[in-house]
Design a protein around this ligand. Structure first.
Ligand code: A2P
Length: 347
C-alpha cells in the first residue's frame, strides 16, 4: 500500500534547501505535510511549493513535532542543536552537515555505493561531504572490479559549497572588479571572483584542511575499507555551483583506460563525457543542474604502470547534497523504514 510522509526541511531558505524543495516536487516524493524551517531571521517568509505558499517557521521544539522525516541542511551547529530532538519526537533525520558523519552509529550513505547502510540507522543518517560523494560515484565502480590502493585528488570547488550567500558574494565581487572597485569579501576570507585559494576550512597539524580530511575519512567509511590510502588538495575556484576534481588512482595491477571507460559508461549516476578529437571533456557549466556527474579524460598515468587518471565535474548542490539526501529518503521509503500514513485510495 502506498504511504505519504510528514516532511520538514531544516534550512529551507538556503541553497541546498531550495534544491531539496525542487527535487521533492520533481521526483514526486509522497508528502502528506511539508514544514519549512530556518532561523528566526526567515520566520514569516513564504515559499511556494507545488502552487501552495508555505510559511517558513523558526526551528523549535514544537516545529519538530509530528514529523516522519527531517531533511537538515542548516549547518553543523544547527544539526547538533536540533537533530536529537527531531529523532526523540519520532522523525528520521537525513543530515547534510558534517556533525554526525563520522559517528560510528550513524550511517554515511551514497545510495549508488552503500544503500544497505541505511538499515543500520538509529534515527540519523548522514549525507556525505559533496566532494566525497562526487569522487565516490566515479571510483566505486572501478574499485568493485579491481581494488583501488591509493587515491590522489585535487579539487576545484565552486562557491555553492559555502551556501547561497557565498554564491551571491562572488557575483557582487565580479561586478565590483569589472567596474574598477576593490572587491569586498565577507563570507569568504578573500575575494573569489577572478581568484582562487586553498579551501579555507581549519588546518590540522599535518597541514591538511578539514575538507581534505573529509575526503579521506568519509570515503573510507562509505567504501567500508580503512586500508585505502587517500590524499587530497582542496581549492575554492570562482565557479558558481559545480565542483570539479582531478583524480589519480593506483591499483595493484594495470587498469586499462578502455576497461575503466566501459565500466563508467554503465555506472549509475555517472555520465561519460569524452570527445578526444574535439578536446571536449566535463565542465562545471555542463554539470550544473544535472543529476549525473560527468566523467572524462580517463587515461593511463604515464608516471606509474598501475595508475589511472580521470577528471570529473558534478553539481555540488544537486548530487553533492540535495539529490543524494532525497535518494536516501527514497531508499527509506523503498525499504519500508519511514513511518508515514497510508494513502487512502479513492475509487
Ligand atoms: P536563514 O535563511 O534563516 O539564515 P546556506 O547554506 O545557503 O547559507 O543556507 C543555510 C540555511 O540554514 C538557511 O536556510 C538558514 O536560514 C539556515 N540556518 C542557518 N542558521 C540557522 C539556525 N541557527 N537555525 C535554523 N536555521 C538556520
Amino acid at each position: 500500500m502506498s504511504r505519504s510522509y510528514r516532511v520538514a526541511i531544516l534550512g529551507a531558505t538556503g541553497a541546498v534547501g531550495k534544491e531539496l524543495l525542487e527535487l521533492l516536487a520533481s521526483r514526486n516524493f509522497p508528502i502528506a505535510d511539508l514544514k519549512l524551517l530556518a532561523s528566526s531571521r526567515s520566520a514569516g517568509q513564504e515559499i511556494c511549493f507545488q502552487g501552495e505558499n508555505i510559511l517558513v517557521e523558526a526551528v523549535s521544539d514544537r516545529a519538530l513535532e509530528n514529523l516522519d522525516l527531517v531533511l537538515a541542511s542548516a549547518g553543523g551547529s544547527t544539526s547538533k542543536a536540533w537533530a536529537a530532538t527531531a529523532v526523540k519526537k519520532g522523525a528520521i533525520v537525513i543530515d547534510n552537515s558534517s556533525a554526525f558523519r563520522m559517528s560510528p552509529e550513524v550511517p554515511l550513505v551514497v545510495p549508488e555505493v552503500n544503500p544497505d547502510a541505511v538499515t543500520q540507522h538509529q534515527g540519523i543518517i548522514a549525507n556525505p561531504n559533496c566532494t566525497t560523494i562526487l569522487m565516490a560515484l566515479a571510483v566505486w565502480p572501478l574499485h568493485q572490479v579491481q581494488p583501488v590502493k591509493r587515491i590522489l585528488a585535487a579539487t576545484y570547488q565552486s562557491a555553492s559549497g559555502a551556501g547561497a550567500k557565498a554564491m551571491a558574494e562572488v557575483k557582487v565581487q565580479a561586478e565590483e572588479i569589472l567596474s574598477g572597485k576593490e572587491p569586498t569579501a565577507e563570507v569568504f576570507p578573500y575575494p573569489l571572483a577572478f581568484n582562487l585559494f586553498p579551501h579555507n576550512s581549519p588546518l590540522n597539524d599535518l597541514g591538511y584542511c578539514e575538507e581534505e580530511m573529509k575526503m579521506v575519512n568519509e570515503t573510507r567509511k562509505i567504501f567500508g575499507d580503512q586500508g585505502i590510502k587517500i590524499s587530497a588538495t582542496c581549492v575554492r575556484v570562482p565557479v558558481l555551483r559545480a565542483h570539479s576534481e582531478a583524480i589519480n588512482l593506483e591499483f595493484d595491477h594495470p587498469f586499462a583506460p578502455e576497461k575503466a571507460r566501459q565500466i563508467l559508461s554503465q555506472a549509475p549516476g555517472v555520465k561519460l563525457v569524452e570527445d578526444w578529437q574535439a578536446n571536449h571533456f566535463p565542465m562545471p557549466i555542463a554539470a550544473s543542474g544535472k543529476d549525473d556527474i560527468l566523467v572524462g579524460r580517463i587515461r593511463q598515468d604515464i608516471s606509474h604502470p598501475c595508475g589511472l587518471e580521470l577528471w570529473l565535474c558534478g553539481d555540488q548542490i544537486r548530487k553533492g547534497a540535495a539529490l543524494n539526501a532525497i535518494q536516501i529518503a527514497e531508499l527509506l521509503v523503498e525499504k519500508n523504514l519511514l513511518k508515514g500514513a497510508s494513502l487512502s485510495v479513492s475509487t
